[in-house]
Design a protein around this ligand. Structure first.
Ligand code: 6GU
Length: 226
């Protein structure tokens, strides 16, 4: 998969994409992530990418031209399954959306700032608008990093058996059961004995019950949807 990210702060992505699973996916050539500084597509001498909004509302708006030029440049070289704008008024990201997007070949992620981007970019180029939750971030970059992580780890070959996504919370609409490691006894806090029983069938049953009980207690809304 190829992911192209359009941003005015490309440096914000350096650390999140240089560790752990995304790093490994890049090393295995399972994903290519290309960062594009929107400012490089500005045609005016100040390299500006924003302007005052029509209608007199306070706050700057990102202008059409640099974003359009960047998208059109990319479209001349690749076919994109989705051009996604990260915005608090998009659909809220869920595991099912990450699953669907993980099957794409190429996607563009557009990060906005200030009071947002000129509506005509959204009307003409954007095929999907995604939010990562009901709160306001300073820009789309952190949301794009979150979305990228959620997608990349689901791509075939990225996770191995040990880190398999199949047992993740949400993958089966349930939260994950509690997990334990050594020591067996930490200051009197003991690991549930069933996990040491060696009885695989009983262990799975216990884990399923725990997952269900935890979901019912913490996120009953997930059970209603399932
Ligand atoms: Cl995608 N962008 C911004 N600026 N704020 C957000 C968001 C996105 N998702 C939740 N809050």
């Amino acid at each position: 998969m190829r992911i192209d990210i359009l941003t005015i702060f490309p440096e914000m992505f350096e650390s999140p994409f240089s560790h752990s699973i995304i790093k490994r996916a890049k090393e295995k050539n399972l994903v290519e992530i290309h960062l594009h500084d929107i400012r490089n597509y500005s045609t005016n001498k100040h390299r500006s990418v924003d302007d005052y909004s029509y209608g007199g509302d306070p706050g700057m708006v990102m202008t059409i031209e640099p974003i359009a030029l960047c998208i059109e440049h990319l479209q001349s070289e690749n076919q994109y399954d989705h051009i996604i704008y990260l915005t608090p008024d998009g659909i809220t990201l869920r595991q099912s959306i990450a699953n669907q997007l993980s099957m794409s070949k190429n996607i563009i992620l557009l990060c906005g700032h200030y009071k947002g981007i000129d509506q005509r970019i959204r009307d003409k180029y954007i095929t999907m608008e995604i939010s990562i939750g009901d709160y306001v971030l300073s820009g789309g970059e952190l949301a794009a990093a979150v979305l990228t992580d959620a997608i990349v780890r689901l791509m075939p070959g990225v996770l191995n058996d040990e880190t398999s996504a199949l047992s993740d919370s949400f993958q089966n609409e349930l939260l994950s059961p509690p997990v334990y490691t050594r020591p067996y006894d930490f200051r009197g806090l003991k690991v549930p004995d069933i996990l040491l029983s060696g009885n695989d069938k009983e262990i799975r049953k216990w884990q399923n019950e725990q997952a269900y009980e935890k979901t019912l207690r913490l996120r009953p809304d997930l059970l209603n949807e399932a």
